[in-house]
Structure formats: C-alpha cells, structure tokens
Design a protein around this ligand. Structure first.
Ligand code: KG4
Ligand code: ZN
Length: 338
C-alpha cells in the first residue's frame, strides 16, 4: 500500500495553520490563532498578513515535528488558494510554492469552502462520514453557504448570504450588547439560561435558499436603543433572554432554509461546518430535525469545523489520488468559487 503524507497549509483569514495527514488520518493539526485582532473587534487584514508571516514557519515546524516525520517524507503540499483576504492568502501561497519547489514535490491548490465540506472525510474514530449526495451548510464568521455535494469535487452552491455571514450576525449582535469579540460563543452561553421567546426579532425575507443578516443586526440595534432609553439597565437585567431570543431567531433563519433545501433537492443528509456549528442551539435543532423529519446530520469534531489545515490536507489527499496538481505559476485568489 501507498504511504501518502500531505502537508496542509491554511492562511486565508486570521488563523495560521498546518497539518499532516497520513493516508487521510491526522498525524498533527496545529493552529496559531491571532490574538492581535481582539482589541479591534474584528480582523484587521494588514495585521493578519504580518502575523501569518511571523507564524507560518514555526507552525509548519510544529506540525512536522508532532507528526513525527521528516520533511522528505511529505508526498505533496496542499495550500489554501482562496477565498479569503488577499494579503493573508499570499503568505500561505508563496510559502507553499517555495517549500514544494525546495522539496521537489507536487503542489496542490485548495478551495477553502470545499475544504470546510470535505473536512467530514477526515478519518476519525467515532465520526460517521456522509454519503453522496448530501447538503453542506457552511456557517462561520466569513461564510454562510448551502451546498449540494454530489461527489468530492462536484459541488454546487444552492444558497448563500447576500450580505453578512451568520457569524457576523452573532458577533455584531454581541457587540451591541457590549460583549467582547468574538461574541458568538458568549451569546450561546447566555442563551442557554434564557427564554428564546422573550423577545421577537424579524426574520428577513430573502428569495430561494439565500440568506441576509444585515437587517437582523439593525433590528437588534434599534430594539436595544429603544429599550435602553426607557431602562438603562435593560441589557443587564435581560441579558440571558435577549441572547436566547437572538439565537433562536438566527437558528430559525438557518433551519427554515435547510428545510427548503431538503424539500427542493430531496436530500436528507446534512453536513455542517464552520465556527458557528459549535453553537449549542444549532446542534439541538439538528438533533430535533433528525427525529422530526428523518434527517441525518453530521457535525465534525470541533477542531475540524473552525478554520484549520487538516481540512486543507484532506482535500489535498483526494486531489493527490487523482493526480490533480497545480502549476507553480498559480496565484492566490481572494474571490474563488467552489
Ligand atoms: O470558522 P471560524 O472560526 O472562522 C471564520 O470565520 O472563518 O468561525 C468564527 C465564527 C465567529 O463569528 C464566532 O462568533 C462564531 O464562529 N462562533 C459561534 C460559536 N462559536 C464560534 N457562534 C455562535 N455560537 C457559538 N458557540
Ligand atoms: Zn473558514
């Protein structure tokens, strides 16, 4: 049997990551999360590029050391070509090219959004892998997509946000409530003790399977402004109920569209990915849908749902098997369709 070792490199946003897979199994998965953005309440692209430049070599060294291999064992290098922040992508792309050239091994470009979906195929004990066809729902601070997945590389985006990503809806709502960035996990935490029906927020009307979250954030802002005018302590006194109501509405928006996607495609297997899939409310809603509608839902291990390089490496693994290698003249691509 063949020994395939893929080094994956991810640098599309604010996480510098490297991972090594052996025949599709994880040997190492290292992520350096950039703390510098916290104080600005969001990712600052210029600072992200610099931090990638600083972190990329130590992160790759760590991934190789933890995998207990040497550089010459590596069969190919897979890197995120896009989509993402241009400056961030350039760091990973240039580095991947140089390393592949130095080691004289193939270079494999990876679409970050495909990787979020194919992360479900990382071989992991105790985790089932979806069967084709299935519906992928990618939800994070940067993405909100519904994808029809017919095969590893036969994917079609059938719905996506026309403005903000769902993670932004969480984070911006949290910011309005005075919570630190990123506020998504905090909304989740407070929501667990609150009444989801205490306050009502409007759901946007968007065509087909698309999403819109910019109006939602504005609705939260107006609601808080109105209530705090009457009672300056409104947030403090109702934080749990407010968070629960916000989360309930956002999850309702997501599950409404998922139901529609299931109806339109006839596919009942749903595989989610992206940082927001850590949300306890969405997990519960999917479990309920399994019972109520006969869906089968797949939620990968947490470290494979947020931005990571293991998902880049698994795409690299499947492309390696097909012999699909990149030309060394390939360039980073900020906007890159699945
Ligand atoms: O995938 P990710 O780490 O990075 C990208 O945005 O690509 O996702 C981060 C997003 C943030 O918006 C964060 O607030 C959100 O995922 N998030 C959550 C939860 N954990 C992370 N949102 C709601 N509930 C959570 N438990
Ligand atoms: Zn991502």
């Amino acid at each position: 049997t063949q020994n395939i070792y893929i080094l994956g490199i991810e640098s599309s946003c604010d996480d510098t990551a490297a991972a090594v897979l052996h025949n599709g199994k994880i040997l190492s998965n290292i992520v350096a999360t950039q703390e510098v953005h916290k104080q600005y309440g969001g990712v600052v692209p210029e600072l992200a590029s610099r931090a990638h430049q600083q972190n990329i070599v130590p992160v790759i060294h760590q991934a190789i050391a933890k995998a207990n291999i040497v550089k010459k064992d590596i069969s190919a290098i897979a890197f995120t070509r896009g989509p993402g922040l241009m400056g961030s992508l350039l760091v990973g792309t240039s580095f991947a090219k140089s390393l592949a050239m130095g080691l004289d091994i193939p270079l494999i470009e990876v679409n970050h959004m495909q990787a979020h979906i194919l992360a479900h195929f990382i071989k992991e004990d105790g985790f089932d892998q979806p069967e084709f066809p299935f519906i992928g729902l990618t939800i994070s601070g940067g993405h909100t997509q519904i994808v029809k997945v017919s095969d590893y590389f036969a994917m079609e985006v059938i719905g996506e946000t026309i403005d903000d990503a769902v993670g932004e809806a969480f984070d911006k709502s949290a910011k309005i409530l005075g919570l630190p960035y990123p506020g998504g996990p905090l909304i989740d935490k407070y929501a667990q003790k609150g009444n989801p029906k205490a306050f009502k927020f409007p759901k946007p009307k968007v065509e087909g399977l698309n999403f819109s979250f910019s109006g939602f954030k504005t609705a939260v802002l107006y609601f808080i402004q109105r209530e705090t005018r009457n009672n300056p302590d409104f947030i403090k006194e109702n934080l749990e109920d407010i968070c629960a109501s916000i989360q309930y509405t956002i999850i309702g928006i997501l599950t409404d569209k998922l139901k529609k996607a299931v109806k339109e495609t006839g596919i009942k297997q749903i595989a989610i990915g992206g940082g927001v899939s850590a949300n306890s409310g969405i997990r519960n809603a999917l479990k309920e849908a399994e019972k109520k509608h006969g869906w089968k839902c797949f939620i990968p291990k947490f470290e494979y749902t947020t931005d990571n390089a293991a998902m880049i490496a698994i795409v690299g693994h499947y492309k390696f098997l097909k012999g699909e290698f990149s030309d060394f003249s390939t360039t980073a691509k900020a906007r890159y369709k699945i």
